[in-house]
Design a protein around this ligand. Structure first.
Ligand code: CA
Length: 371
């Protein structure tokens, strides 16, 4: 097909010897050149490597977007006696973050007050935290969840582990930047101040974001050496050389580590996750397990965490909200697929079964479909 077009384009000038190229001939040549250029650029992108992870969102920009109309509808919903939560949910869970920002801007112009303050006054409980979460970008939301997990006296280790151990290197780099912008403090200093021992060392190593970029070349020798080092530092010896585990798991690329854990089985009688359970305990154990699960299949990790949180007594709404809000514009569509595959019920059905009221409606809307 392309060959034919090229032949035609080359033949064209013969037809119009003393004339300018006819417009159709000119267009043909232009198209051929454009096709060649785009093919060339395509190859460039392919061989460049290190490109951003593709996204699989459930929440995408709405077409025919009218921020002023949305803002006016929200203002009416807030002023309605008893608050019309459904309208607020329908609008804010079906717009992208950029669009929600435009709505907030228009809202302030129309209502002469800040949308976030207005939402705080109108909503409460889990629905309020979900909606306020949506008013932040994914990165701002992750940064503020981290901040909240370390605020005050105690530390919410569960949240800290979930975010630091599940985010990609690229995501962590962004989170660190935004964290500093928002709170005027370095994330690693806050983490160091709030944790201790090997647990602190592992989190700090991850926050330092020293992980290698995936490489096109598979280094079999290094895969073998890393697998043996992990075994010799743990299952093979009395006690555990945690520093070795930390350095390998915080610095190697994810595709490399996947091959390392596979190779690991030829040295150790237990796979990597069983070895972690045998060697370390508490928050350190949970952190290493989260890391390995995310290296293997990050979306499956989130799917399992959503399932556990919803099935636990008194549904852990904080965990459910955090995952739904932080992943809806990243990879929730893939999480839905993994959820259905693993649990034989869809995420949508599970939300419908384990949550209720306006909060449930908001979650179902973020989920954006049954599987
Ligand atoms: Ca050991």
């Amino acid at each position: 097909m392309k060959r034919l077009m090229w032949d035609e384009a080359v033949k064209c000038p013969d037809v119009s010897v003393n004339h300018l190229l006819t417009s159709s001939c000119f267009i043909t040549i232009t198209l051929v050149v454009m096709a060649m250029v785009s093919e060339f650029l395509g190859q460039l992108t392919l061989s460049y490597g290190g490109e951003k992870e593709p996204k699989f969102p459930t929440v995408v920009p709405v077409r025919d977007f009218d921020p002023a109309k949305d803002a006016a509808r929200i203002e009416t919903a807030i002023k309605t006696k008893g608050v019309d939560e459904q309208t607020i949910i329908d609008i804010l869970t079906r717009r992208s973050y950029e669009q929600r920002r435009e709505i907030a801007f228009e809202y302030e112009r129309i209502a002469k007050k800040d949308l976030i303050t207005a939402l705080k006054g109108a909503l409460s409980g889990s629905l309020e935290s979900l909606m306020l979460g949506l008013m932040k970008s994914t990165v701002q939301y992750d940064a503020s969840e981290l901040k909240t997990s370390m605020k005050g006296l105690g530390t919410d280790e569960e949240t800290l582990i979930e975010i630091v151990c599940s985010r990609s290197n690229e995501e962590l780099v962004e989170i660190k930047k935004v964290y500093k912008d928002m709170f005027k403090k370095e994330l690693d200093k806050d983490v160091a101040g709030d944790t201790s021992g090997d647990f602190a060392k592992l989190l700090l190593a991850l926050v330092q974001t020293k992980r290698d970029e995936p490489s096109n070349v598979v280094d079999y020798q290094m895969i073998d050496e890393d697998a043996r080092s992990l075994y010799e530092a743990g299952v093979k010896k009395k006690g555990t050389d945690v520093a070795t585990w930390i350095s390998i798991m915080s610095q190697r690329s994810v595709p490399h580590l996947q091959k390392v854990f596979d190779r690991y089985k030829s040295y150790s009688p237990y796979d990597m996750k069983e070895s972690i359970r045998k060697e370390v305990k508490g928050d350190l154990e949970k952190s290493f397990l989260t890391l390995v699960e995310c290296f293997e299949n990050r979306q499956l990790y989130f799917a399992n965490r959503l399932s556990d949180a919803m099935k636990s007594k008194g549904a852990k709404e904080k965990v459910v909200t955090r995952i739904m809000v932080s992943r809806c514009e990243v990879d929730l569509m893939k999480i839905r697929k993994e959820f259905k595959k693993q649990h034989k019920r869809s995420l949508y059905q599970t939300i419908a079964e384990h949550t209720k009221g306006d909060y449930q409606n908001a979650l179902l809307s973020l989920c954006a479909g049954d599987d």
